[in-house]
Write a new protein. Structure first.
Length: 212
């Protein structure tokens, strides 16, 4: 369980990441070539901002109502699944064609919908349940990895995989509530948030290399 005293940096990293994501997403939309690519990066950018925004709001806002705080927590957790599917979207659109593209998008968005429903209904689920769900949805498209290299190029494909690995490490550490280096300032939750930011930056670079 987390300690009653919340670390001072709780939500700070995601608050700054939210502001950065607004500009980063806009850059991709403006510079993307072609209508389909622009729509794909718009979905990605919106999902990126939604995840960081929901996290920052939940962790930084001084909630006075328990009910409101729990709903903010639901949205925070649910947006992680939306972001996972949103991140898959530009890769699926750019790396696949026809039926394969549709299959990947339907699979990841369907899985994200299930995960979102889980978080909205079972808000008191143990950390390990949420972490396992994030990992399951995040790696649901693992069978497509071999196709990323010829379709996107080595650098974007490697960056996409590295980003996925960072997210996975973060989910495992979140479930384990470890490490907890400076409980009053930077605890295990902040370590998780930092890994999410690092992973998001890594995969943003991957998307940028393909789209721009």
């Amino acid at each position: 369980m987390e300690t009653t005293r919340v670390p001072r940096l709780r939500g700070v990293f995601h608050a700054y990441a939210f502001l950065a994501s607004l500009a980063a997403g806009a850059v991709l939309v403006v510079l993307a070539h072609g209508y389909l690519e622009r729509v794909a990066v718009w979905v990605y950018g919106m999902a990126l901002a939604a995840m960081f925004g929901a996290s920052a709001l939940y962790h930084r806002f001084p909630w006075r109502s328990t009910g409101a705080r729990l709903w903010a927590r639901r949205v925070d957790h649910a947006m992680i699944f939306v972001f996972i599917a949103g991140t898959y979207t530009p890769f699926a659109v750019l790396a696949f064609q026809g039926t394969e593209r549709v299959a990947v998008l339907v699979t990841v968005w369907g899985a994200a919908l299930v995960g979102t429903g889980l978080e909205l209904v079972w808000i008191e689920a143990p950390r390990w349940v949420s972490a396992a769900a994030y990992l399951a949805v995040g790696w649901v498209g693992v069978i497509t990895i071999p196709q990323l290299f010829p379709a996107l190029g080595v650098a974007p494909a490697v960056l996409a995989i590295v980003g996925g690995a960072l997210y996975s490490i973060g989910a495992v550490l979140y479930a384990a509530a470890w490490p907890n280096p400076f409980p009053s300032v930077l605890g295990f939750h902040e370590v998780f948030h930092l890994l999410v930011v690092a992973a998001a930056v890594t995969q943003y670079v991957a998307v940028s290399l393909v789209v721009l």
